[in-house]
Ligand binder design. Structure first.
Ligand SMILES: NC(=O)c1ccc[n+]([C@@H]2O[C@H](COP(=O)([O-])OP(=O)(O)OC[C@H]3O[C@@H](n4cnc5c(N)ncnc54)[C@H](OP(=O)(O)O)[C@@H]3O)[C@@H](O)[C@H]2O)c1
Length: 239
C-alpha cells in the first residue's frame, strides 16, 4: 500500500476528529461496497470486495481509532476479529451492538486475547452473567434496538474518543439516520453485485436533508477507489 494514502488519511482523521463532538466520540463509517453499492450478495453472507492494499488500509485505519464497532448481524455473518493484523499498530477496543444478546460464545470476538469485547445491550440483558465479554447496558429504542446516542455516551464514559463503524448495513443506516456519523472512508470495488445495499432508506423527505461529503478525498489503490471526507447533514436532518 502506498504510504501516501495512509498518511493522507491519518492526517485527515487527526485534523477532523480534533473537533470531537461534545459528549460523544468522533464516528468514522468505514466499509467496502461494489460499484452498485452492495455490501454482500445477501444479508448474512460474507463477501470479500476489497483488494489486499485496501484491506491493509482498513487495518491502518483501525489502528488510528480507539474503538471499532459492528452490529450483531456482522458478527453472525462474518465472525470478524476486528484486530490490526495487516500492519503494525494497536488494535482498537471491539464493540458489538446486540440488543437481544445473541452474541455466540463461539465467536472469535469472545476469544480475543487482546481485548475483552464490549457488548452494548439492553439494561435487562446486561444483568446476565458472561465471562467471555463485557456486557454494557444502554437504553433501547421503541423498536428494541440499542439507542445509538446512549451507546456513544457509554463509550465516551469508557474513554473512547474515536470509533470506527465497520457495518453492516443496518448499523450504517442507523448512524446515518441519526446524523451521528461524522466522517466516511469508503472502498469502492469494481464489481456489480446487485445484492444487499449498504445505504437503504434514510427516511429523508427533502433534498436539503441529504447527508453530503465535503471536502472529498479520493485515491486509487489498484482497481479499488478509496473515497473519504467529513459528513454534513442538512439543516433539517434529524440530529
Ligand atoms: N463490505 C463490508 O465492508 C461489510 C462490513 C460489515 C458487514 N458486511 C456484511 O453486512 C451483512 C451484515 O449486515 P446486517 O445489516 O445484516 O447486520 P448489522 O448491521 O451488522 O447488524 C444489525 C443488527 O444490529 C443490531 N442493532 C442493535 N442496535 C442497532 C441499531 N441502533 N441500529 C441498527 N442495528 C442495531 C440489531 O440486532 P438486535 O436488535 O438483535 O440488537 C440488528 O439486527 C453481512 O452480510 C456482512 O458480511 C459487509
Amino acid at each position: 500500500m502506498p504510504t501516501t494514502i495512509s498518511q493522507q488519511l491519518s492526517q485527515w482523521l487527526q485534523g477532523e476528529s480534533a473537533r470531537v463532538p461534545i459528549g460523544r466520540p468522533w464516528v468514522t463509517l468505514c466499509y467496502a461496497q461494489s460499484w452498485d453499492g452492495s455490501l454482500a450478495l445477501r444479508p448474512g453472507h460474507p463477501l470479500i470486495l476489497s483488494n489486499r492494499d485496501s484491506l491493509q488500509l482498513t487495518h491502518r485505519l483501525r489502528s488510528l481509532h480507539d474503538g471499532i464497532l459492528v452490529g450483531i448481524g456482522t458478527v453472525l455473518a462474518d465472525d470478524p476479529q476486528l484486530t490490526v493484523r495487516e500492519c503494525t499498530g494497536p488494535s482498537p477496543q471491539p464493540v458489538v451492538l446486540d440488543s437481544q444478546l445473541r452474541m455466540p460464545p463461539s465467536a472469535r470476538l469472545c476469544k480475543s486475547e487482546q481485548h475483552r469485547c464490549w457488548v452494548l445491550t439492553s439494561v435487562a440483558n446486561a444483568g446476565q452473567t458472561r465471562q467471555d465479554v463485557e456486557l454494557i447496558g444502554v437504553d433501547t429504542t421503541a423498536e428494541g434496538h440499542v439507542d445509538l446516542r446512549s451507546a456513544l455516551l457509554a463509550l465516551t464514559r469508557r474513554g473512547i474518543r474515536r470509533i470506527m463503524v465497520e457495518g453492516g448495513a443496518q448499523v450504517i443506516n442507523g448512524f446515518l439516520r441519526a446524523g451521528l456519523a461524522d466522517g466516511i472512508v469508503l472502498t469502492v470495488a469494481p464489481a456489480l453485485v446487485g445484492g444487499y445495499k449498504a445505504v437503504a432508506d434514510l427516511g429523508l423527505h427533502r433534498e436539503c436533508q441529504i447527508p453530503r461529503i465535503s471536502p472529498l478525498g479520493t485515491q486509487r489503490l489498484g482497481d479499488d477507489l478509496i473515497m473519504w471526507g467529513p459528513l454534513h447533514y442538512g439543516e433539517d436532518a434529524a440530529r
